[in-house]
Write a protein that binds this ligand. Structure first.
Ligand code: ATP
Length: 284
């Protein structure tokens, strides 16, 4: 199962340039991960420059944490393994302990490798008191001890990259093992422009279309919301054409779709809103 889940860097298909915005986050990840993985010899002496073993990406849903993790593996030339907290605890219930052991022994053979743990809170969340299932508890302990047990030779080239929308649910023991914590924020006006530019690069846009107006109208939208909004807008000319065909019959060859205009996006907002509640006073 793991073998099929490992993606070699040349097959990941996402790089930092495909991510609009988040420039500071990309730069930090390059310093913490790309450089030590690509040039381990520069990090092998002394105590100050040590590669980082664990990083936590936290922030609202849909802001590009998964995308960042994949792109980072491309940049660092590392194999990529992705596990999701909730699937691991439900699907592999019982076997999860064995699986965790296998994961870590497998990872040492695959180094350099990035193990991305999405929803790290549900895998390694705060100890759940009386209602916590015994199997979950055992798996968490197994995960922690396997993690601690990475030989120092391996640890240089194995990174655990956790992601969560709920950082406050994390156990102290996990927080300690993820010493670098990076906030992945909702995009501001300028960054929404950058993200939209990526999604609309190859679309047929009306000459009156103004990107800054759209960025301005999407306060509080995450990268993922922006993508869904663009998809909904792009659907409108198709729908119009279908309605026209319903009335007047289908023409051959099918007429070219009309270009997208700002109104398509504004109308699409009623279908795709911002999925995160935000404080408008703190954003622009
Ligand atoms: P969740 O917390 O819900 O798992 P996430 O932070 O991991 O979300 P992603 O899964 O990386 O978010 O983002 C979902 C999709 O949204 C991506 O596949 C991508 O298409 C788009 N997206 C999000 N942020 C960006 C961005 N900054 N640039 C380009 N695309 C983005």
């Amino acid at each position: 199962n793991f073998v099929s889940a490992v993606v070699p860097p040349e097959e990941i298909g996402v790089k930092f340039d495909d991510i609009g915005a988040l420039e500071e986050v990309k730069q930090t990840l390059n310093e913490l991960v790309t450089l030590p993985m690509r040039r381990p010899e520069l990090f092998s002496r002394g105590n100050l420059l040590r590669p980082c073993k664990g990083i936590l990406l936290f922030g609202p849903p849909g802001t590009g944490k998964t995308l960042l993790a994949k792109a980072l593996a491309t940049e660092a030339g590392a194999n990529f393994i992705s596990i999701t907290g909730s699937t691991l605890t439900s699907k592999w219930f019982g076997d999860a302990e064995k699986l965790t052991k296998a994961l870590f022994s497998f990872a040492s053979r695959l180094a350099p490798v990035i193990i991305f743990v999405d929803e790290v809170d549900s895998l390694l969340g705060a100890r759940g008191g009386a209602f916590e299932h015994e199997a979950t508890r055992r798996m968490r302990n197994e995960f922690m001890s396997a993690w601690d047990g990475l030989r120092s030779k391996d640890s240089q080239r194995i990174l655990i990259l956790g992601a969560t929308n709920r950082p406050f649910d994390l156990d102290d023991a996990v927080i300690r093992r993820l010493p670098r914590r990076i906030y992945v924020d909702l995009p501001d006006m300028e960054n929404r422009m950058k993200i939209l530019k990526i999604f609309l690069e190859r679309e047929n846009l009306d000459s009156s279309f103004q990107l800054d107006k759209l960025a301005n109208a999407t306060l509080g939208y995450s990268g993922s919301d922006l993508k869904n909004l663009c998809i909904a807008a792009a659907y409108r000319p198709v729908q119009e054409l279908l309605e026209e065909e319903k009335k007047n019959g289908r023409k051959e060859p099918a007429p070219v779709l009309r270009p997208l205009n700002l109104d398509d996006f504004i109308q699409a907002k009623s279908k795709v809103g911002a999925s995160v509640a935000y404080d408008a006073t703190s954003m622009n």
